[in-house]
Design a protein around this ligand. Structure first.
Ligand code: AOF
Ligand code: ZN
Length: 345
């Protein structure tokens, strides 16, 4: 019999891997015998053992005849590790409860088929919504080959991201900044335009919560930003037009460990594809108006995370800015699979 508290436990375990497993999914697993948990585990880091294996190895007694709760379909392929479905079969477990099917074409249904073919009772779809939510970056990445894009902004009640001078300190509050640092620690990269670097000189690191730093990406076609900006550190990616900078300026960036990427056109699509190829499953876009506008115009935003502050500026830098500003030519997001999260401060 399915017991919701065990799948909930598996989902909570899965979440512990967020930020370390990308571009793999976060997966949790609980093994139950005689109504109590005898083993549990999760996928802890990219390339590491899968959740099921960690759960089996942690078990306090033999797992034969047990019920297995796992948040993602057990894999059937030889990847960095041997297939989990085979291991579960070998261990002679009795039943497997699966929250969501694995969208990875290497697995997708094969894991379930293998388990069933060897006589294990398999049940799919328990708490599927919650499981898909945890792995929404992975699901989008593996099924489209593009990174999942979150557009994050703090706006005044009248929709401005900064005052007329470009000053944005502070529209948000401490709690929302903490929230953003947590999200940074779970996304693969943070991306901003040159204007944001110039006016805010942000570090784009994780400081207000514990967690690892995301990669940093700066879009600056003209190559005009100074290498001394805070954001330029080891691993930061700077995207410019071809030959935008002198050899001397390039070497100043390279000395800081900045990776230079030259891109001929201004379109986002080829750029996002190359980020996906580099293994980025999610990117948090943090500003400013120009960058936000391009992402929306080109239709790449999967999730809007907008913090609305109790503040009226009257004038300032808008969240988006593009002509012509008529109802008939508005960009309509309804009907697309777009999440809009508005958080009042
Ligand atoms: C599972 N349990 O805990 C995870 C799974 O390169 P590998 O061997 O790590 O395989 C990665 C793929 O395996 C990943 O894309 C996804 O389809 C599946 N991840 N499967 O049964 C796990 N992390
Ligand atoms: Zn596996």
């Amino acid at each position: 019999m399915f017991r919701i508290e065990f799948m909930q436990r598996a989902l909570n375990l899965a979440k512990r891997g967020l930020g370390s497993v990308s571009p793999n999914p976060a997966v949790g697993c609980v093994i139950v015998k005689n109504g109590r948990i005898i083993g549990e585990g999760y996928h802890g880091y990219f390339g590491g053992p899968h959740a099921e294996i960690n759960a089996i190895e942690s078990a306090s007694e033999p797992v034969s005849g047990s019920d297995v709760y796992v948040t993602l379909e057990p894999c059937s392929h030889h990847g960095k590790t041997p297939p989990c479905a085979e291991r579960l079969i070998r261990e002679k477990v009795k039943q497997v409860f699966i929250a969501a099917k694995d969208p990875n074409p290497l697995v997708s249904g094969n894991g379930i088929r293998q388990l069933k073919a060897s006589g294990i009772e398999v049940h799919v779809g328990y708490m599927e919504k919650e499981a898909r939510e945890i792995n929404r970056f992975f699901i989008h990445y593996i099924s489209t080959g593009m990174p999942y894009i979150i557009l994050k902004a703090a706006v005044s009640l009248d929709g401005f991201i900064a005052d007329t001078r470009g000053n944005s300190k502070w529209i948000s509050n401490e709690a929302s900044r903490e929230d953003v640092h947590r999200i940074r620690s779970r996304t693969d990269a943070v991306l901003v335009g040159a204007g944001t670097v110039r006016s805010d000189n942000p570090k784009l690191t994780v400081r207000l919560v514990e967690g690892r730093n995301p990669r940093r990406i700066v879009l600056n076609r003209s190559g005009s930003l100074p290498p001394e900006s805070e954001v330029f550190a080891a691993g930061t990616i700077l995207v410019t037009a071809p030959d935008a900078m002198s050899r001397e300026k390039k070497s100043r960036f390279i000395r800081k460990g900045v990776e230079l990427l030259e891109q001929s056109g201004p379109e986002l699509s080829p750029l996002l594809k190359s980020f996906a190829t580099m293994g980025m499953a999610s990117i948090l876009v943090e500003g400013g108006t120009g960058v936000f506008s391009s992402f929306v115009k080109e239709g790449f935003v999967n999730e809007f995370l907008i913090y609305v502050a109790p503040l009226v500026l009257g004038r300032g830098k808008p969240l988006f800015d593009f002509p012509p500003g008529t109802m008939s030519e508005a960009i309509r997001l309804s009907g697309r699979d777009t999440r809009i999260c508005l958080r009042g401060l």
